[in-house]
Ligand binder design. Structure first.
Ligand SMILES: Cc1cc2nc3c(=O)[nH]c(=O)nc-3n(C[C@H](O)[C@H](O)[C@H](O)COP(=O)(O)OP(=O)(O)OC[C@H]3O[C@@H](n4cnc5c(N)ncnc54)[C@H](O)[C@@H]3O)c2cc1C
Ligand SMILES: *[C@@H]1O[C@H](CO)[C@@H](O)[C@H](O)[C@H]1NC(C)=O
Ligand SMILES: *[C@@H]1O[C@H](CO)[C@@H](O)[C@H](O)[C@H]1NC(C)=O
Length: 614
């Protein structure tokens, strides 16, 4: 790691050399050059056709598509700064949670979950940087099930069925996936790169074979059927992170005088003409000074599932009781933040093996890995591992009430655990107590014991959370109560998953590596017999680990739907010239991680907006 730091310093110091700049471009590290670009300084009363708030996955996509029209002036406002070499290095994904590019939210203390976290507060990281959460996530590319989108459409969201959204997923995608060159489910010429991870541990090969031996067939989880096991598909380009910013904005930023990007700039509210209920522009703060921007056509909030609802409420759009309680006049009563769904996981089980050198430890990154990755541009070193995630398995639970082709659970295979960074990042990023790390994972680290973890995730939880404001200061956090595991059945689904994960590890391919369950009891669960159902139930409520797929805080639905905040055209109900375009509009948890959907929503919104104004 020290070497990495030295190399980075060397790189940055020599940026002035034109030959090196050319080399960086060729290596796909062009983002580093952005450090030379001074941020745009806002001009008061500047006016634009469209103001997009938030340069995250959806916001970058939308701003890039709208600014393709040279007649339209587009402002893209972002609270965070620019990506650096750490963001581009996939194995460092976990470390990013400890940097200023994380908003660093926590939940309110949970009663029934996150007992392994300090004060029972689950950490809820979000990206605060050009690229948003796509610049600090784990880069897993996963769209969802046909039935997810068909269910959105059945709720009155016309235009959002699977057949109608698939073209937008494809429009964003540029796939380099072995064996899927001719698949109708993949495009090869969109802006966002989707690749196989070219570094693979021997553990993942054994896992994929064992899953097959247990009856899970090989599949492309973004293709015809999700069910089965797949090596992970990642948003990387030549083994480096490919964020929304790198994919959509960085390549065009200098070429489009009509696109103004404002990093380090915080939107504090939408300016609204109360008589006509129409958005006039936004108020923003840059270096402690307040500015106003005007929007001729529309203001679009793409600030993510926590900040878009916050900005609506700060602007007087939200639940009447909440707005009154904090002394904000109500412009439009809407159920903003009233619903919050997420994908809660069990961190584990973890399994130890007789292999050596296969688990990701920082000490296992060699000098030759570093030189090979940074200087030769080799995408097959450990540095391209997306935080150790190597394979996904989609499966049914025996208690499922859903159709057979609609998975209930996912296993995320990780060639590591909290020990993968020796307790320096993931543990803190997730707010785990020291006791958990010291008991379960420090011994693995000290012994350099090879191991892997199967995170078990439930796709369709019944527990529902919410988000609200406790004051009207735009610089404080909204209160977030995900209310995890309030519904007992959610715990039972994860228990089903844990049992199946253990069964897979009993198959010959993994037994050949001496695979066995890490059998140290989770602190707080010692009273239960190790491995019993009650033990795992306790473990689920202790080792609760969200994969950060929060949705529905600005839920999409027709005007007749009392839970809806935006229409199927993503317009805020009852308002004019105001839309929300990000994952907060997703009406129910999808059978997927949520990044791909954010790009799809950005692409579709661009078409909806063009349809209205051209
Ligand atoms: C640690 C982590 C790992 C994840 N891993 C994966 C994964 O592997 N695969 C996957 O599919 N999904 C993953 N996700 C989820 C996924 O990345 C997000 O759901 C998705 O990127 C959200 O996109 P978005 O456009 O809705 O919002 P974001 O990308 O969060 O964008 C919102 C942007 O708005 C900015 N902003 C907010 N408020 C303001 C304001 N007031 N003024 C100016 N700017 C503002 C933010 O800084 C941010 O840049 C992960 C999430 C996290 C946190
Ligand atoms: C692939 O992406 C390009 C660029 O976005 C788009 O023009 C094309 O229509 C897409 N192809 C398919 C098959 O969707
Ligand atoms: C794995 O190691 C353990 C402990 O040394 C040993 O008992 C076991 O036989 C080994 N298993 C395999 C398959 O090598």
């Amino acid at each position: 790691m020290l070497l990495l730091a030295l190399l980075t310093t060397h790189f940055v110091a020599s940026l002035a050399e034109p030959r090196l700049i050319q080399q960086l471009r060729e290596l796909g590290l062009a983002n580093l050059l952005e450090q030379e670009v001074r941020p745009n300084v806002p001009r008061n009363s500047a006016s634009y056709d469209f103001i997009v708030v938030g340069a995250g996955a959806a916001g970058c996509t939308l701003a890039a598509r709208l600014s393709e029209n040279p007649q339209w002036r587009v402002a893209l406002i972002e609270a965070g700064g620019v990506e650096n070499i750490a963001h581009l290095t996939p194995v460092m994904a976990g470390q990013l949670q400890l940097t200023a590019s994380n908003w660093n939210y926590h939940s309110v203390p949970q009663r029934l979950a996150c007992r392994g976290m300090n004060n029972h507060e689950c950490a809820l990281p979000r990206g605060k940087i050009l690229g948003g959460t796509s610049s600090m996530n784990f880069m897993i590319y996963n769209r969802g099930n046909r039935r997810d989108f068909d269910a959105w459409a059945e709720r009155g969201n016309h235009g959002w069925s699977y057949d109608e959204v698939l073209p937008y997923f494809l429009r964003s995608e540029s796939a380099q996936l072995q064996g899927l060159e001719h698949s109708p489910y993949h495009n090869h010429s969109g802006p966002l790169s989707v690749e196989d991870v070219r570094y693979r541990s021997s553990l993942v090969h054994a896992y994929v074979r064992a899953a097959e031996q247990a009856g899970h067939s090989r599949t492309d989880y973004n293709g015809q059927s999700q069910l089965g096991v797949s090596y992970v598909q990642a948003n990387t380009l030549n083994g480096r992170r490919h964020s929304a910013y790198s994919a959509y904005i960085q390549p065009v930023r200098r070429l489009r005088p009509n696109l103004h990007v404002f990093p380090f700039t915080r939107a504090t509210r939408v300016l609204i003409d109360v008589a006509t209920k129409s958005a006039q522009g936004i108020e923003l703060v840059y270096k402690q000074r307040t500015y106003k921007f005007r929007a001729h056509k529309e203001v679009i909030l793409s600030a993510g599932a926590f900040n878009s609802p916050q900005l609506l409420m700060l602007s007087g759009i939200g639940p009447e009781d909440n707005l009154r309680a904090i002394g904000l006049p109500v412009v439009q009563a809407l159920p903003v933040g009233k619903l919050l769904y997420d994908h809660m996981c069990h961190f584990g089980p973890t399994f130890v093996t007789n292999t050596t050198g296969q688990t990701i430890f920082p000490t296992s990154v060699t000098l030759s890995d570093i030189l090979s990755f940074y200087l030769a541009g080799n995408p097959a070193t450990r540095l391209s591992s997306i935080g150790g995630v190597e394979a996904l398995t989609f499966l049914k639970s025996p208690r499922s009430q859903r159709p057979d082709d609609w998975p209930d659970l996912e296993f995320i295979f990780v060639a590591g655990s909290l020990a993968s960074d020796e307790g320096t990042a993931l543990k803190m990023g997730a707010n785990f107590k020291d006791e958990i790390y010291d008991t379960l994972y420090r011994p693995l680290q000290l012994a350099s014991q090879d191991h892997f973890t199967l995170l078990v995730m439930q796709f369709h939880p019944k527990s529902v959370g919410r988000l609200w404001l406790h004051n009207r200061n735009p610089f404080t956090w909204p209160k977030i109560d995900p209310n995890y595991f309030q519904n007992e059945e959610d715990v039972e689904y994860l228990l089903d998953g844990i049992k199946e994960a253990i069964r897979i590890t009993q198959m010959p391919a993994l037994q050949a590596l001496g695979t066995r369950l890490l059998d140290r009891p989770v602190p707080g669960c010692e009273d239960q017999r190790f491995g019993s159902d009650d033990y795992w139930r306790c473990s689920i409520r202790t080792m609760s680990y969200t994969l950060h797929h929060q949705v529905a805080t600005c839920r999409m639905g027709p005007a007749t739907d009392p839970t809806a905040v935006v229409s199927p055209e993503l317009k805020v109900h009852g308002m004019r010239k105001l839309r929300v375009v990000d994952t907060s509009v997703i009406p129910i948890s999808p059978t997927a991680h949520t990044n791909a959907a954010a790009f799809m929503i950005g692409e579709k919104a661009a078409d909806l907006i063009r349809g209205d104004w051209l």
